[in-house]
Design a protein around this ligand. Structure first.
Ligand code: FUC
Length: 816
């Protein structure tokens, strides 16, 4: 039995937070200078300190997983912390535990349907003849993807779903007269904690997720004289699971019934208790003052087409646990904190203070939803998006799915998959602009691996070169259209991912990434469109058949397709010029781009969603897909294309200011791109409206935020969080117009403020400070050097910068 020798209980954070007076005694001059320098350093650190920690806190344990439990994650794994007193409940996930795929159904072929493309000419003919009904029926029969069966809502056999992994329960043997209960999540350090007292005995818990160590860490402490007895148990909703205890490790191993996927989690137990025993699947720790659990998990999944299987997960878990020295808890925490804050602390935001930190986050959210001003709550929500990004997407991990890495069900909404017709794209919108480019790497890697299965789907359904991915996508290479239209048809997912690749290059300036990985992927996405687009009666290139994502019927030109084709052609042309490659291909793209069906303004001044002028002015539909060109695209820009921007505004006014969580978030970005800060702010307040209970189910107009700050579609969907974080950044900085546009959509509500460390295309980092609604100061760090074009209101300046140069400017854009 291993004993923890750390000595008397001391709560580490408290130590860090108080200034230690001891230093003040010495008077020696050299020492004094040294002393002054250290003071300066200290003040600096102090300023970082005085930034204060970004913390969500609550004065009650969580009852609801979706609405109240608090998420932690290390990219690979996620956990939801309830903070229950008598028996703590921690539900956890590992990113690759999924049903579905070949293992579940021998005939699984990623949804592909051999030679389905043979029906394309007939469908196009029916469309040209105006028989939209006939065309839809044929398309819905012959162009849909194949899965085993649909069993009730959200169970799509063959396609599968992201799975909960297990539930950890830790019972502490103490009375129930609880006092001073507090549960919090410090997103500056990525550490959750719970504190309470029972009969003056202090109980404290800490929870963090270490990416460097690939473990979730839970520490339970108390300062009772004889320690406390703890009981630990692991549960899983999956059948055929065994629980065992070996080498101080609680091991849960199993095999999914659906597809035979093997999985294992290991918890290394460390305590200073007098005894540890295992019986009836439970672990009993006697008289402990400190109990620490190090949890890791893995499956035999690997992202390798076509079998997606074969990882030596047991070896991985053993290696992970072997790397943990339980005596080094503080070091493990410090390593985590250093790793995490190296990313998180790149961006600082201050939108003004209302002095509400003494109130719990839930109290503030309720007051805010009733109309109270609370700019620092908005700043906290902004940073929460960055926290969730770092916690769910790290180099080497899978990308965040619809629910990041958090799911407690076997049949989560939309399978908690990789929906590619808005959702996953939105989830990654904050990555570059909020200076977390590393967190976009899992997406780049995932996109690269989608190409092989995607080529097969492009061939089978469209007899086209290149690759595609449609609306629904699982981790087993399901790139085919969905099994029902209209929602299932969206081959544009792949080219839309091309926008993320191009952005990744534009923000990082990583030309080798572009040459070796980015451009080859983009080129293949563009190839599909060169083959799929056909000429209409006027010689314009259209996408037939096409559906505007999940809205309306079959069409010969859903504009989102045409805008995405425009975008991938444009960025491929830029990339090929930059790389000095593919001259012929580039020219082919230029010709095709110029032949694309031009965007049209319809009969009520709206931007048309389809080639056919049939937009319904009363539609409140959540998907506003034909404004892709406004955001995240750059085909529509108020200063460069004022008429189209005006039409986009008319469309947005008609669609209204409500919607699902992600739809509202998208609208924040749209209004920011239209330079209407007050309207974007109105949508922000709508996006942060408190969703009272998790019972509120899916509907067009009830998006908002749960008590734990997770965004609700409803249900919980990460895209709402990320789209809003990206929207706040987009109100303060825009760089898609080949300029660094400062405060393009500053709302009146944020009269004074500052944001530091936002990223601009071209590899610049930007700090902005404003007072009384006016720019006060800008600091630009030119990471890569090069031309820096700045805009503030109507003023524009150009600065040639060197790599590493810091440029300071005042509110008039004069260099200071
Ligand atoms: C698309 C959206 C839904 C939901 C799902 C995950 O189907 O239309 O609203 O967000 O993705």
């Amino acid at each position: 039995m291993r004993k923890n020798k750390e000595g008397p209980i001391e709560f580490p954070n408290d130590k860090n937070n108080n200034l230690n007076p001891k230093h003040m005694k010495y008077r020696n001059p050299i020492f004094t200078t040294g002393f002054i320098i250290s003071i300066l350093l200290f003040i600096n650190a102090g300023r970082a300190q005085t930034r204060g920690k970004d913390i969500l806190w609550y004065d009650k344990p969580a009852k609801s997983w979706m609405a109240e439990a608090l998420p932690i994650g290390n990219g690979y794994m996620g956990a939801m912390i309830y903070g229950l007193v008598e028996e703590e409940h921690i539900q956890f996930n590992e990113e690759s535990l999924w049903t579905g795929g070949k293992g579940e159904w021998d005939e699984y072929k990623g949804g592909n349907r051999e030679q389905a493309y043979k029906y394309l000419p007939k469908i196009r003919q029916l469309l040209d003849e105006g028989d939209f009904k006939g065309a839809h029926e044929l398309a819905n029969r012959e162009l849909t993807g194949i899965i085993k069966s649909v069993k009730g809502e959200h169970i799509w056999e063959g396609f599968g779903a992201f799975q909960t992994f297990g539930d950890l329960y830790v019972k502490a043997a103490h009375g129930d007269e609880i006092k001073d209960y507090r549960r919090d999540l410090n997103i500056s350090d990525a550490m959750a904690s719970v504190k309470y007292k029972v009969h003056n005995v202090e109980y404290k818990r800490e929870y963090f997720a270490s990416y460097p160590k690939r473990v979730l860490v839970f520490r339970f402490q108390n300062n009772s004289f004889n320690g406390t007895d703890y009981e630990i148990r692991l549960e899983s909703i999956h059948r055929n699971v065994t629980i065992s205890f070996e080498n101080d490790q609680l091991v849960m191993a199993g095999k999914l019934e659906n597809n035979g996927m093997e999985f294992e989690s290991r918890i290394l137990i460390d305590s200073d208790g007098s005894e540890i025993s295992f019986s009836n699947g439970k672990l009993h720790v006697k008289s402990a003052k400190t109990l620490t659990l190090y949890l890791t998990a893995a499956t035999d999944y690997q992202n390798v087409y076509p079998n997606y299987k074969g990882r030596d997960y047991k070896k991985l878990n053993h290696k992970t646990i072997a790397s943990i020295d339980p005596k080094k808890y503080s070091e493990i925490y410090k390593e985590h904190q250093k790793d995490y804050s190296a990313l998180y602390s790149r961006v600082y935001i201050n939108l003004g203070e209302q002095g509400n930190n003494h109130k719990s986050t839930l109290e503030r959210l309720k007051a805010y939803s009733d109309g109270a001003k609370d700019p620092s709550l908005e700043a906290l929500y902004f940073q929460y998006g960055r926290y969730l990004m770092i916690s769910s997407s790290r180099p080497g991990s899978l990308p965040a799915n619809l629910q990041g890495k958090w799911n407690n069900l076997t049949a989560p909404a939309w399978a908690s998959d990789y929906h590619a017709n808005i959702n996953i794209q939105m989830i990654y919108w904050p990555a570059e602009i909020t200076n977390l480019s590393e967190c976009a790497e899992p997406l780049m890697d995932y996109i690269d691996k989608l190409r092989e299965p995607g080529r097969k789907s492009a061939k089978d359904f469209f007899n086209a070169r290149g690759w595609i991915v449609n609306t629904a996508n699982n981790i087993f290479g399901y790139n085919a259209p969905g099994w029902e239209f209209p929602w299932g048809f969206f081959p544009g997912g792949a080219a839309w991912y091309g926008r993320h690749i191009w952005d990744h290059y534009e923000y990082t300036g990583d030309i080798e990434f572009l040459r070796k990985i980015g451009y080859p992927i983009m080129k293949e996405s563009a190839l599909f469109w060169l083959d799929y687009l056909t000429e209409d009666e006027n010689g314009f290139l259209i996408s037939s058949p096409s559906y505007s994502p999940e809205h309306g019927g079959i069409s010969t030109g859903a504009y989102m397709d045409i805008q995405i084709a425009w975008d991938i052609f444009t960025n491929c042309i830029k990339a090929s010029e930059l790389l000095g490659e593919d001259e012929l291909f580039k020219n082919e793209l230029i010709i095709a781009k110029n032949k694309l069906l031009p965007l049209q303004i319809g009969n009520w001044g709206q931007l048309q969603e389809w080639k056919e002028d049939v937009d319904n002015p009363n539609s409140k539909h959540r998907h506003v897909s034909h404004l892709y060109a406004l955001y995240p695209g750059d085909q529509i820009m108020p200063l460069e294309t004022p008429d189209l921007a005006k039409a986009a505004k008319i469309t947005l006014d008609a669609r209204g200011d409500d919607g699902t969580g992600w739809s509202i978030a998208w609208k924040i970005n749209f209004w920011a791109r239209l330079f209407d800060g007050n309207h974007a702010y109105k949508l922000l307040r709508r996006a942060m409206k408190w969703i009272v209970t998790e019972e509120e189910i899916y509907d067009e107009g009830v998006g908002g935020v749960y008590s734990n700050f997770l965004s609700g579609h409803p249900p919980f969907q990460l895209d709402g969080n990320m789209g809003t974080t990206a929207g706040i950044a987009e109100m303060l900085l825009q760089t898609h117009t080949n300029q660094i546009h400062i405060l393009p959509a500053l709302p009146d509500a944020w009269a004074n403020g500052e944001i530091m460390g936002l990223k601009a295309r071209g590899g610049f980092e930007v700090d902005i400070e404003w007072t009384a609604g006016k720019l006060k100061k800008i600091i630009i760090k030119s990471v890569k050097g090069g031309e820096c074009r700045l805009r503030y209101n109507d003023k524009e300046i150009h600065i040639s910068s060197k790599a590493g140069e810091i440029i300071r400017l005042n509110g008039e854009l004069d260099i200071i």
